[in-house]
Design a binder for this molecule. Structure first.
Ligand code: ADP
Length: 346
């Protein structure tokens, strides 16, 4: 995937961001319902002296799933072990991960929908009653191995809830969906990060960055760092509305946080395919991106803005999408709207 300033997934210099990560539930901005439910679940588990139930977090990249997993570990006073679905290749990998855990530790598996089937199957009994059993070797030398592991909490994170197998989904005691943050929360996140980075920012500056950050904290932090560079070089180092807007215009992030690739996706559907409906593969080929990337990264935000809708016959640019591109909405689509209803569930 190309490097993108407004991508929710980690890019280039985002590692510099680790100091911006909230460490306690109280510092974690927004997602009030998730915080409240999680807070109650953690208190109850602590009172019972048990590990927290397995937990699944899902939502688009950059919304705070990894951050929340680390917060749970801190709040529970537990250690956390971090890995990803595709890194666990064989049943033996699961066994070696789980046997290293101490009682009440947390195992965080990012991209949990990409766990290989063989690994998933040995995980099931471990999730249920902390027992492991698998066959090592082949043929005559095959050996049955049975082990007990310490009670632990699995925290899975995914951008693709629908791709999780049903048996794995069923083994999570709670499932929380993270949503894009609203304007107020985004401003709070920008102000909080600016405070940590020790850069002065006024309300207009915070709101300009917040509104172009696609409701995604990771994007807000990245844009803030770029605007800070601009403010240091072209202004007096502090960020006001005009400075933020000039910097972001220069970076070609528009007022809603769309960048060139978003506009290309929308523009391709509008101009090459008369507004749609058009299939995902066709869009992917015409803008030169993977169809998975379009589905996970570009579409959710374009749909959230109401610029794009998924219909049973393909993707369609909406009237608002046309307006944002500065193009006239075709009469044909206006009269077809009813025929395209209802939209396909996402
Ligand atoms: P994900 O795992 O969902 O891709 P992360 O947890 O890595 O996202 O979050 C990306 C960055 O965004 C973090 O480094 C953190 O600084 C910031 N962030 C995420 N959620 C919040 C939040 N609720 N409040 C403040 N900052 C946040």
């Amino acid at each position: 995937m190309t490097e993108r300033l407004v991508a929710g997934s980690p890019q280039g210099d985002d590692a510099a961001e680790s100091g911006l990560r909230p460490h306690r539930l109280q510092e974690y901005v927004g997602q009030e319902k998730v915080k409240e439910n999680l807070g109650i679940a953690m208190d109850a588990a602590k009172r019972r002296g048990e590990p927290l139930d397995h937990l699944l977090l899902y939502g688009p990249p950059g919304l705070g799933k990894t951050t929340l997993a680390h917060i749970v570990a801190a709040e529970m006073g537990a250690s956390i072990r971090v890995t990803t679905g595709p890194a666990i290749e064989r049943a033996g990998d699961v066994a070696s991960l789980l046997t290293q855990l101490q009682a009440s530790d947390i195992l965080f598996v990012d991209e949990v929908h990409r766990l290989p089937r063989a690994a998933e199957e040995i995980l099931y009994p471990a999730l249920e009653d902390f027992s492991l059993s698998w066959v090592m070797g082949r043929g005559l030398s095959a050996q049955n191995i049975n082990l007990r592991v310490e009670p632990f909490t699995l925290i899975g994170a995914t951008t693709r809830y629908a791709m999780l197998s049903a048996p794995l989904r069923d083994r999570f005691g709670s499932v929380y969906r993270l949503d894009y943050y609203d304007a107020d929360d985004m401003e709070r996140i920008v102000r909080r990060s600016a405070r940590i980075l020790k850069v002065a920012i006024d309300d207009d500056g915070a709101s300009a960055i917040a509104s172009r950050s696609r409701g995604t904290p990771r994007v807000a932090n990245r844009l803030l760092r770029r605007v800070r560079d601009y403010a240091q070089v072209r202004a007096d180092g502090s960020i006001d509305g005009a400075t933020a807007e000039h910097a972001l215009d220069l970076l070609e992030v528009d007022v809603l946080g769309l960048d060139e690739i978003d506009r290309r996706v929308l523009g391709a559907i509008a101009e090459k395919f008369d507004g749609g409906p058009v299939g995902l593969e066709t869009i992917a080929a015409s803008v030169g991106e993977e169809s998975d990337t379009i589905m996970d990264v570009y579409e959710p935000f374009l749909m959230q803005l109401g610029f794009l809708s998924r219909t049973p016959r393909g993707r369609v640019v909406t009237r608002r999408g046309y307006e944002h591109l500065g193009l006239a909405y075709p009469d044909r689509l206006a009269s077809n709207q009813a025929a395209l209803w209802p939209p396909e569930p996402s």
